[in-house]
Design a protein around this ligand. Structure first.
Ligand SMILES: N=c1c2ncn([C@@H]3O[C@H](COP(=O)(O)OP(=O)(O)OP(=O)(O)O)[C@@H](O)[C@H]3O)c2ncn1[C@@H]1O[C@H](COP(=O)(O)O)[C@@H](O)[C@H]1O
Length: 111
């Protein structure tokens, strides 16, 4: 398993821009516009929190994995709306990994 799956899903999402909304979930989401995409991101974030609380009280951990996958997927659609790619987020995570500690990270991300 590698980050190739993020790149592949990102490429498929990009290919849905301008496609017939009747043929694809992602094309339909793009057609509905940014507010609809962001609404899905918000819903999936809430469902992720609820799943985590459920796991905390003995629920199925895979439900959390499922909801995070939904959240990541809809976040990729939001990025694509602005012409951004999963690689942009991976590069940011790699940059942070390269920082020597939390204090340094915080000092570089302050406004
Ligand atoms: N990873 C996903 C993915 N994850 C979730 N979903 C869809 O996201 C939708 C929302 O999920 P919900 O749990 O909110 O379900 P829901 O309440 O029925 O959805 P809504 O009607 O409220 O939007 C569902 O219809 C899921 O099928 C996805 N749809 C597509 N992909 C990827 O995107 C690619 C392109 O998809 P199409 O555009 O449909 O070809 C696919 O090959 C996949 O790789």
């Amino acid at each position: 398993m590698s980050d190739d799956i993020l790149r592949r899903v990102g490429a498929v999402i990009d290919s849905r821009k301008g496609a017939d909304p009747g043929t694809s979930y992602v094309a339909k989401l793009f057609d509905k516009g940014l507010d609809s995409i962001l609404k899905k991101v918000g819903e999936e974030a809430t469902e992720t929190v609820m799943a985590a609380k459920d796991v905390q009280t003995g629920g199925d951990p895979h439900k959390l994995v499922y909801e995070v996958a939904d959240l990541w997927f809809h976040s990729l659609v939001a990025l694509a709306h602005f012409g951004l790619k999963p690689e942009d987020v991976l590069a940011e995570l790699a940059r942070r990994e390269g920082l020597s500690g939390l204090a340094e990270f915080a000092s570089r991300t302050q406004d």
